[in-house]
Write a protein that binds this ligand. Structure first.
Ligand SMILES: O=P(O)(O)O[C@H]1O[C@H](CO)[C@@H](O)[C@H]1O
Ligand SMILES: Nc1nc2[nH]cnc2c(=O)[nH]1
Length: 225
């Protein structure tokens, strides 16, 4: 049994099957391109690209500047899939819609997810335009009970009580930092704690102070895990 907001396994599978029958790519890596990063998808070679509105079951992007396209292709010879635009809670999507693509990616065979988004920095040492690699997160809506994992658990996607202690893979974080060093841009790269808030308003000064005191380095309205 599920209510009208809940999405069942067959719904994810239908979308995954549609995609698998419309592209030869079999990506192991998915990249969610946040605001301003959609051009990364344009760099993929041998592209197969689908408008979200053409993909059965896919939510629609309403944010200005988000192209609303799913792009399959090769990056440095590796097959990957990029979301040009993500879904946010403040757009009115249920959390199961916000996370719908990630579960579809799992069914496509993806085992590595790269999430990116625009965020506001709170750490004293950060400069405007810096890139922060996420080491850990605080999911404020999640702490208050607004969690995409609410409802019956689908064991195919993971356990009922998933640990959150190692979700931002240490070796991938090190790899990202090493690459930035080799490119000579490591002075713009930080590692820190990301906090998700519901939005759509930006934080008040008191809220920003509170988050800073809680150890938040960057804040945004994009759900991570
Ligand atoms: O990069 P995306 O996912 O668009 O999200 C970021 O940009 C939005 C507007 O500032 C916020 O939702 C923030 O999290
Ligand atoms: N302060 C702040 N800056 C942002 N930049 C992009 N998203 C956000 C946000 O949610 N808060």
């Amino acid at each position: 049994m599920h209510n009208k907001d809940q999405i069942c396994h067959e719904d994810y599978q239908k979308t995954a099957d549609w995609l698998l029958s419309h592209t030869q790519h079999r990506p192991k890596v998915a990249i969610i391109c946040g605001s301003g990063l959609g051009m990364l998808a344009d760099a993929l070679e041998c592209q197969d690209s689908f408008k979200y509105s053409d993909i059965p079951g896919f939510p629609q992007s309403t944010v200005k500047g988000h192209a609303g396209r799913l792009v399959f292709g090769e990056l440095k010879g590796k097959s990957c899939v990029c979301m040009q635009g993500r879904f946010h809670m403040y757009e009115g999507h249920s959390l199961s819609k916000v996370t719908f693509p990630v579960r579809v990616f799992k069914l496509l065979g993806v085992d590595t997810l790269v999430v990116t988004n625009a965020a506001g920095s709170l750490a004293d040492s950060y400069n405007c335009g810096d890139i922060m690699i996420i080491r850990d997160h605080i999911n404020f809506p999640g702490l208050a009970g607004l969690n995409p994992l609410n409802g019956p658990n689908d064991d195919m996607f993971g356990p009922r009580f998933p640990p959150m202690s190692g979700v931002y893979d240490k070796s991938l974080r090190k790899m990202a930092l090493d690459i930035c060093k080799s490119m000579g841009v490591s002075q713009y790269v930080q590692e820190g704690v990301y906090c998700m808030v519901g939005g759509p308003n930006f934080e008040s000064i008191a809220e920003a102070r509170l988050l800073h005191r809680l150890g938040v380095d960057a804040v945004g309205k994009s759900l991570k895990v």
